[in-house]
Design a protein around this ligand. Structure first.
Ligand SMILES: Cc1cc2nc3c(=O)[nH]c(=O)nc-3n(C[C@H](O)[C@H](O)[C@H](O)COP(=O)(O)OP(=O)(O)OC[C@H]3O[C@@H](n4cnc5c(N)ncnc54)[C@H](O)[C@@H]3O)c2cc1C
Length: 392
């Protein structure tokens, strides 16, 4: 059986690409159903893009690589597609766009677009063999217990990263990249909770506060969630993509609160309340209870000097820890690193030295922030490869 294009991976990027390739297209996936990560994303509502997506929201060894694809299929192009399919949506926070209904609507939309383009989809299909031929690629796949030989002119790697192996994530794209001589930037788990071995925040499990998390290079102002294993929540996930083993992180628990002024005003108004009681008006009570074992906060407000209050405020705005690690690929939302962008064209996603071989989506060394950016990269890179294939 011969196809113009075979796409490995029926995830966000692979389906988007299939809808734009033209010609005879086959999409292959080993999972039972396409778009499983879309289905579970955004708590079942899919944070499908971000209003403010721009190249600065993406990590890569080459920060310029993503520019071309993002400019040629923007968040507004994707919103237009969503609108044409009658899917209603809303902004939750920080430009993050979610379906009003279900993430399954996005999968349905992509399947409809693929069907309109005449693309075929084979699920529960495993790749058994792959080699280069003079005119393209020869594959052998296993489907319903049968080995099936296939050939194609274009082969698109869209099998994603290593995050959440339980959901079928594999390193197949990296293995194929190596097979054809492409470099792979070392991968690591990203958008992932931090762990601490000593059960350090166990007593705070479930407490969430607005916070500013920083390392020496970047800061994120979003919610911080304490868990029985360590720290999670959007600010932690964001910082994890920029964190390296052994590095200290800094937590500001009062990023937008003029706490010194508030405490001083209360002290002037009488100050007969315990300092911890007053603090519990601004921070969760369980957090104050935990902090009083680490930060001096005995006595009433009236007992506190300006120096003591200033010291307290400094400690609350610059709490420092060194995580022992992260929860790894088991719970990471994405994989940092991947197929080296130096070996790909930023316009077409085609391998520079292997004509007909393309790589898109999370498999490539482009990783977005939390908040719809990773899907936007999948749509933009899938569109770039699909359009390039359609025009050749
Ligand atoms: C829990 C969770 C929530 C997320 N929420 C969001 C969100 O709300 N917004 C956002 O922007 N991003 C989110 N992400 C990230 C986003 O899902 C990914 O960045 C995006 O799906 C990547 O698209 P992709 O097509 O490159 O890879 P995937 O969507 O991962 O698709 C890869 C496909 O390849 C298949 N495959 C893998 N290995 C093989 C193999 N060996 N043989 C055959 N097929 C194979 C897989 O079954 C899968 O269907 C979330 C991720 C997770 C894990």
């Amino acid at each position: 059986m011969s196809y113009d294009t075979i796409i490995l991976g029926a995830g966000a990027a692979g389906m988007m690409c299939a809808a734009h390739c033209g010609g005879q297209v086959l999409v292959i996936d080993h999972a039972k159903a396409p778009g499983e990560k879309i289905r579970i994303s955004g708590g079942g509502r899919c944070n499908f893009t971000n209003m403010y997506a721009e190249p600065g929201n993406f990590l890569s060894q080459n920060p310029h690589f993503c520019k071309s694809a993002l400019a040629r299929h923007t968040q507004w192009d994707f919103v237009g597609l969503v609108d044409r399919h009658g899917i209603t949506w809303h902004e939750k926070t920080l430009g993050q766009l979610f379906c009003d209904g279900s993430s399954k609507q996005i999968i349905r939309m992509l399947l409809d677009e693929m069907a309109r383009a005449g693309a075929e989809l084979w699920v529960q299909t495993a790749l058994r063999d792959l080699r280069k031929t003079e005119s393209g690629f020869a594959l052998e796949v296993e489907r319903e217990g049968k080995r099936i030989p296939l050939t194609c002119r274009n082969l698109v790697l869209a099998t994603g990263g290593k995050s959440i192996p339980k959901m079928g994530a594999t390193g197949l794209a990296y293995d194929i990249a190596h097979q054809f001589g492409l470099q792979v930037v070392k991968t690591r788990a990203a958008l992932v909770p931090f762990t601490f071995p000593d059960g350090r925040f166990k007593d705070l499990s479930g407490v969430s506060v607005p916070a500013r998390l920083s390392n020496d290079r970047i800061s994120f102002d979003e919610a911080l969630l304490f868990t029985h294993r360590g720290l999670s929540g959007p600010s932690v996930l964001q910082l994890s993509s920029y964190w390296r083993e052994g590095e200290m992180i800094r937590v500001n628990l009062i990023p937008d609160l003029p706490l010194f002024d508030l405490l001083r005003d209360q002290r002037q108004a009488g100050g007969r309340k315990a300092l911890t009681t007053e603090l519990a008006r601004h921070l969760p009570g369980r957090l104050v209870d935990h902090l009083r074992h680490h930060i001096p906060m005995q006595g009433n407000l009236a007992d506190q000097s300006d120096v003591a209050l200033a010291d307290l405020v400094t400690r609350l705005s610059d709490w420092r820890f060194t995580p022992s690690g992260t929860e790894g690929y088991r719970t990471a939302e994405v994989t940092l690193g991947g197929i080296d962008t130096d070996d790909l064209s930023s316009k077409t996603m085609e391998a520079r030295d292997v004509p007909g071989l393309y790589a898109i989506g999370e498999a490539v060394d482009v990783t977005g922030w939390l908040g719809g950016y990773n899907f936007q990269w999948a749509w933009s890179s899938g569109h770039a490869a699909g359009s390039a294939i359609a025009s050749c």
